[in-house]
Design a protein around this ligand. Structure first.
Ligand code: GDP
Length: 444
């Protein structure tokens, strides 16, 4: 999903990384790259313009505020803007105060409406709703049958016109379906409607008539994320022709370039509520703008991490620390202080889990013992100030005393000292190369 957009945008940060100071020209270079990436991903032009203008303005003002790590600031600004474009906070479905809640599905033929009816049905049923699917798509041959199959798989009931009744009247089916739902105490009635291969007035009129007949609490517009640039026009046609209260992006599992996802909210003003990510009923999720942005930026949840770090560290402290790391004058005392800061940020396990690329270490992470930090602290606290400053003086008898004092073993003391020396060398190296975690510059 969004692989190439993701590569392009994260690639555009590379030129910022490792720079202590950024100029406007640096920012402009990155923004030019982002602009190209968005256009190539078929994001609508007005959305691209708004996006890049806003990122530029905020980045330039961050530059002038002499922020601690300008590259990180720019990345955060891009992330926040992505979240904004993708719709900000996730909105909940609107439920009727008196059931049944009526949800109408609209969209082009092949967008994934019938499939979605099943997915949504299953999802709602799992939340203890009694769900009825109504087959008002009488246009496409086999659509009624398909809805029945999907309903059965989802374990929800289906209201369909009697077979052999000819073409039938979709508006009538919708009305009687909702009435059946009301009388039989269904909480949610999902009305599947017909689509066409292209937008046409007859389809819009039928959808409007169904809408007026059932008075839905939500009209969900199902948009195939794979249709690229047509997404914008189709969305506008449906907004003006039928109107909708939420968007469902389907086929996000394919190699969708991202344009539809990034444009639809900006162009129509209506939020994306769900994402459909495969042909199976389970391939369905709430659409979270922030998580989607994280996926696009390939960042794990580094932003929360940065925010927590910003809360725990004051800038002066962080600068001193970075300097010590770079010079190799980082002592065990600094390490102890550092541990205490890190603690302020919350659970170590959770923090490590927010690092990008940590997915592959999930098992090790699970086994991480928070008490390890207590042991390390106890060992350092059992050292004299001189020992903390200059660990080279730690001979065998000193190590034995420290082990006894901290309730640990000499091996544990040795192992900590080993790791400390290694970490010190690594930190020095990282400070020099400006490396660190991908996309992060050097996090204090
Ligand atoms: P409708 O005409 O809008 O009702 O569309 P359908 O629900 O019949 O879906 C059209 C085709 O797209 C079917 O072959 C579905 O299996 C497929 N489809 C629907 N949603 C998804 C999805 O999220 N991912 C993938 N890969 N295929 C999907």
């Amino acid at each position: 999903m969004f692989a190439s957009l993701s590569d392009r945008i994260t690639g555009s940060f590379k030129q910022l990384r490792g720079k202590g100071r950024l100029s406007e020209a640096d920012v402009d270079g990155t923004i030019r790259e982002i602009r190209r990436a968005l256009l190539e991903a078929d994001v609508a032009l007005p959305v691209v313009r708004q996006f890049t203008a806003s990122v530029r303005e905020k980045s330039v003002s961050a530059l002038s505020s002499q922020a601690l790590n300008p590259a990180q600031q720019v990345i955060k600004i891009v992330n926040d803007e992505l979240v904004e474009v993708l719709g900000g906070d996730t909105r909940e479905l609107n439920f009727a105060s008196r059931p049944p809640t009526v949800i109408m599905l609209a969209g082009l033929q092949g967008a994934g409406k019938t499939t979605l009816a099943g997915k949504l049905g299953l999802w709602l049923r799992e939340q203890d709703n009694k769900v009825l699917l109504v087959a008002s798509d009488l246009q496409r041959p086999n659509a009624v049958n398909q809805l029945q199959i999907v309903g059965e798989r989802a374990g929800v009931d289906v209201w369909a016109p009697e077979p052999g009744n000819g073409v039938g009247d979709p508006v009538q089916v919708a009305r009687s379906g909702v009435e059946h739902g009301r009388q039989n105490h269904y909480n949610v009635v999902i009305v599947d409607t017909a689509g066409r291969l292209g937008v046409d007035e007859e389809m819009m009129e039928q959808a409007r008539n169904i809408r007026d007949a059932v008075n839905p609490n939500e009209t969900l517009f199902v948009l195939d994320a794979m249709i690229g640039q047509d997404a914008v026009q189709t969305s506008i046609a449906f907004r003006d022709g039928v109107g909708f209260t939420g968007v469902v992006l389907s086929k996000l599992d394919g190699d969708a370039r991202g344009g539809a996802a990034l444009s639809v909210r900006g162009v129509t003003g209506v939020p994306v509520l769900f994402a459909s990510t495969g042909e199976k009923l389970e391939d369905f999720e709430r659409f979270h703008a922030d998580r989607m942005a994280s996926r696009i930026l390939d960042m794990g949840d580094v932003l929360t991490l940065i925010e927590q770090a910003q809360k725990a560290y004051d800038e002066k402290e962080a600068e001193d620390l970075a300097e010590k790391m770079a010079e190799g004058t980082f002592t065990l005392n600094d390490f102890l202080a550092q541990l205490q800061q890190v603690r302020k940020m919350g659970s170590m396990k959770k923090m490590l889990g927010m690092m990008p690329g940590m997915g592959q270490f999930r098992d090790q992470l699970e086994n991480f013992d928070e008490r390890e930090i207590d042991r390390v602290e106890a060992i350092i606290r059992s050292m004299t100030p001189q020992e903390r400053r200059d660990p080279k003086i730690l001979n065998g008898s000193r190590r034995l005393r420290i082990a006894k004092g901290s309730g640990s073993t000499v091996q544990e003391v040795n192992s900590l000292m080993d790791r400390f020396e290694k970490a010190k060398t690594m930190m020095q190296h990282m400070s020099k190369t400006g490396g660190g975690a991908p996309g992060m510059g050097s996090l204090p």
